[in-house]
Structures are given as structure tokens and as C-alpha cells.
Write a new protein. Structure first.
Length: 340
């Protein structure tokens, strides 16, 4: 959306049937109908692509952060597979440029086995795996303890002979979108960089939740919230395993009976200084076709092009299985998203 002019494209998708008895069908199967025009050039891609070790970067009672290297590549995309606490297979498609992911919605004190596949040309080229036990939920303790497990992973990386620059600063934490079940947040980093971020809040039952975020991110969507409820979010900037700076904000999730606020209705109280430039943006911006890149029983991967742009951001809207409206804000530089 730019200054009142909008363009949108839509697509109907049926998610795959979940069958816990069978291994997951390769979730990239839908790709071949799209990608042949992109991937079979006259020369084939290099034959060898290799994944490095799959390592744990953070553990909370409800999420796990994973990271990996690509000693030889590149890969077109990655696919993370695991079984949830009920034994149902889950698959999370990941962009080929990513080297880390946070897996949300897990159960505390539960062992998970994660398999990361590297894909190229619609085929699985390499795989790495790891076992992780999520942290124990501690309702009696305040939420700061929930990310303590990070300390056991991070010291081996940052303690180099020279300390990082002493000063790193977080800008204001702003609400970019609100739905009955999620809140979108964004922030700036006037001075940095940070190694990673940690978002903390309490869920509708008062349980502390912690969401680890990659250090390159400047926005996040917090899913799984309850409607018409006030939440207080705390964003910490981490460097060398230590919290360097902290910003907070409050947001109230939407009432499912009322129409969703558009993302720009949330903004006027904050970014008025950002959007009224002296010259208006170019008048014409165009979205290309919205295509399916992957389908699993519990997620859909989508991708699109921007023949004419740029757009400041994107907003994906849909209704969930209960008919409730959902909205997922997406960064303006993105060309793909996974809807979990």
C-alpha cells in the first residue's frame, strides 16, 4: 500500500491432508509446475551443495532457535521437518538465503528431532539433523529466566580477543499490525549491530513467553494471541550473550467481531515523520502473480514478484479454519512467506 494506491493479488489453496502414519510428502512437490521456467537454464547448477552442522542457538519452553552454515552451495531453499508434541508431522519451508530459524508453538520439556533439508531444483540435496529438549515452563518465576538457556550456547562464539563495540542502541518499538490472534511489531537500530534480539511477553494464561529473533531482523509477528486482550512486549537487544538494551510497548489484540484495522490505521500515531516526504512516491506499483511454493498439512509457502515497485510493505490476509480473519504483515523487501 502506498499513499492510497493499492494493488493486490489473491490465490485459493487447499492444505495437504495430515497423515501421521506416512512420512511427509516432500512439501516442495508443488514447485515443479512453477520452477521449470526458472531453474533449467542451458547449464545445470553446480552438482555439489553441502549443509554444515545444525546447531541450537536458543531454547525456551515454547520455541527453539536453530542455525546452520552452507560450506558449499547455494541452495534454492530449505525445509525443516519435525513432529509436534502430538506426533503430527510438521514442515517449515525456509528461504534459501536464511541461515537461522525460530520454531514457535512447541511444548515445554519435550524432546524434538529436527531435520533440515537443503533443496535445489525441487530436489533434496543434503540433510542435517539434531535433537533438542525444550526448556521447562516455570510459572512461578518472572520471565527473564526463560531465555537463560542461551548462555550455554552463545559464549563459544562471541568471546573473541577483542570485545565488541561498547554501544548498541534500540529505537522505538512500534505496533505495525493487530489481528485477533497476532501483533506485528517493528523497531530500528540507531546504533549497533546486535547479535540477536529476544522478545518477551506473557500469554493469556500469564505464562512467560520468549521469542528469539535474528539480529538482522527489524520486525516480527507474534502469533497465537487471544482476542481483545492487552499485551506488554519487551524487546531486548543481545550482544555477546548479554542484554545491551531494552524497549517496550503495549498492544491490544483486535475484537474478532469488528473489521480488522488496516495496517496504516495503526501507524499515524508513530510514523508521521516518515511518510510525508516533499515529493510523492512513484504513482505506479504492480504485484506479479501470487504462486504456491510449498504445501504441508499445516502451512503454505507463497511467493510473488514485483514487476514495478517498490512497495513499503505487504499485508497477507486470509481466514483461518474457524473463519476468523488473520493478517500477516510482511517486509517490503520480501518476495516469499510461509503461512504457519
Amino acid at each position: 500500500h502506498m499513499d492510497g494506491l493499492s494493488h493486490h493479488c489473491s490465490l485459493s489453496i487447499t492444505t495437504a491432508a495430515a497423515d501421521p502414519e506416512k512420512p511427509l510428502p516432500p512439501s516442495e512437490e508443488p514447485q515443479p509446475e512453477h520452477q521449470p521456467t526458472e531453474l533449467p537454464p542451458s547449464e545445470a547448477p553446480p552438482a555439489r551443495a553441502v549443509l554444515g552442522e545444525l546447531k541450537v542457538s536458543s531454547v525456551t519452553p515454547s520455541s527453539v532457535g536453530l542455525q546452520w552454515r552452507v560450506p558449499e552451495g547455494p541452495f534454492d531453499s530449505f525445509l525443516l521437518q519435525y513432529r509436534d508434541a502430538q506426533g503430527q508431522p510438521q514442515a517449515l519451508p525456509i528461504d534459501g538465503g536464511s541461515r537461522s530459524v525460530t520454531v514457535p508453538g512447541l511444548s515445554p520439556s519435550h524432546r524434538y528431532r529436527f531435520h533440515l533439508y537443503g533443496l535445489r531444483g525441487g530436489k533434496r540435496i543434503d540433510r542435517v539433523s539434531t535433537d533438542i529438549v525444550t526448556a521447562t515452563a516455570e510459572p512461578e518465576k518472572p520471565s527473564p529466566s526463560s531465555e537463560e538457556p542461551q548462555a550455554e550456547h552463545l559464549p563459544s562464539e562471541p568471546p573473541t580477543s577483542e570485545a565488541p563495540p561498547a554501544r548498541a542502541v534500540l529505537g522505538e518499538l512500534k505496533v505495525s499490525s493487530v489481528t485477533p490472534s497476532s501483533v506485528g511489531l517493528q523497531w530500528s537500530v540507531p546504533e549497533g549491530p546486535f547479535d540477536s534480539f529476544l522478545l518477551q511477553y506473557r500469554d493469556a494464561q500469564g505464562q512467560p513467553q520468549a521469542l528469539p529473533i535474528d539480529g538482522g531482523s527489524r520486525s516480527v509477528t507474534v502469533p497465537g494471541l487471544s482476542p481483545s486482550r492487552r499485551y506488554r512486549f519487551h524487546l531486548y537487544g543481545l550482544r555477546g550473550g548479554k542484554r545491551i538494551d531494552h524497549i517496550s510497548t503495549e498492544a491490544i489484540t483486535a475484537d474478532p467481531e469488528e473489521p480488522l484495522p488496516s495496517s496504516e490505521e495503526l501507524q499515524p500515531e508513530h510514523p508521521t515523520t516518515e511518510h510525508p516526504p516533499s515529493e510523492a512516491p512513484p504513482a505506479r506499483v504492480v504485484l506479479g502473480e501470487l504462486r504456491v511454493s510449498s504445501v504441508t498439512p499445516s502451512s503454505v509457502g507463497l511467493q510473488w514478484r514485483v514487476p514495478e515497485g517498490p512497495f513499503d510493505s505487504f499485508l497477507l490476509q486470509y481466514r483461518d479454519a474457524q473463519g476468523q480473519p488473520q493478517a500477516l504483515p510482511i517486509d517490503g523487501g520480501s518476495r516469499s512467506v510461509t503461512v504457519p
